[in-house]
Design a protein around this ligand. Sequence first.
Ligand SMILES: Nc1ncnc2c1ncn2[C@@H]1O[C@H](COP(=O)(O)OP(=O)(O)OP(=O)(O)O)[C@@H](O)[C@H]1O
Length: 262
Amino acid sequence: MNETRSAPMTARMTGPLLVLDHLAKNYGALKVTDDVSLTVGATELHAIIGPNGAGKTTLIHQISGLAQPDSGRILFAGEDITPLTMAERAAEGLARSFQITSILPDFSVLENVALAVQGRSGSSFRFVRNASREEALNAPARVILNQFDLLPRADVPAGLLSYGEKRQLELAIALATRPRLLLLDEPLAGTSHEESARIIATLKGLKGTLGILLIEHDMDAVFQLADRISVLVYGRIIATGSADEVRNNPEVRSAYLGEEAA
Ligand SMILES: Nc1ncnc2c1ncn2[C@@H]1O[C@H](COP(=O)(O)OP(=O)(O)OP(=O)(O)O)[C@@H](O)[C@H]1O
């Protein structure tokens, strides 16, 4: 991605940070994404909820560039990014949290974040062994670790962290790339009550500083965190609104929330 693409992109942006414009994708006869349109504002936390198999992860795959839609467009900061690769989208400021697989277990917690800082500065990966010694990378990495309550664990090999700490580290790595939009696919999955409380607190701290698209099954967390919620059922958005609007929507109650109560 060259400089000439990024500069006008920022200048052009007046509307929402992310626009999904009539996105559609089928797997065989299955309409996994059925004419989905939604927006995420530059500092909005927009959550997507829906029953298992509704198509939430597939939607995130299309936004990050891991999967291509059959039709429709994805606009990021005013630019049509539908044809761009994952790496090109990441370079534009679209970060996806990769659920622990992004963590290098033999490297220290600090080195993991320093490498992400290095990645955003575009340095070559072959300097990886020197990264931990580079104060220019370590200083901003420590600031991020402090934000995520991981500074006391900076020198620990990342593989030795608890599950909840790994989820925190995964978020720290994503943030170290200074994204404008963070895609989060079930950040609370598998965490203990205490761990999820910490991650929710972290997300509350991040809220308002960048755009966040959050997929999460924990309804309490979603209702606490989201500015707006979209409800996806069988690949189709059946409602978008505030927590109260979504909670009180009869179609949502029968399609999703009612199912939980049953
Ligand atoms: N590569 C694929 N090929 C065929 N079908 C797929 C593929 N990926 C997903 N599906 C199907 O698409 C549907 C939506 O899957 P997806 O994982 O996006 O749902 P989800 O809402 O994220 O579910 P969950 O909440 O359980 O994670 C499911 O029926 C799934 O089996």
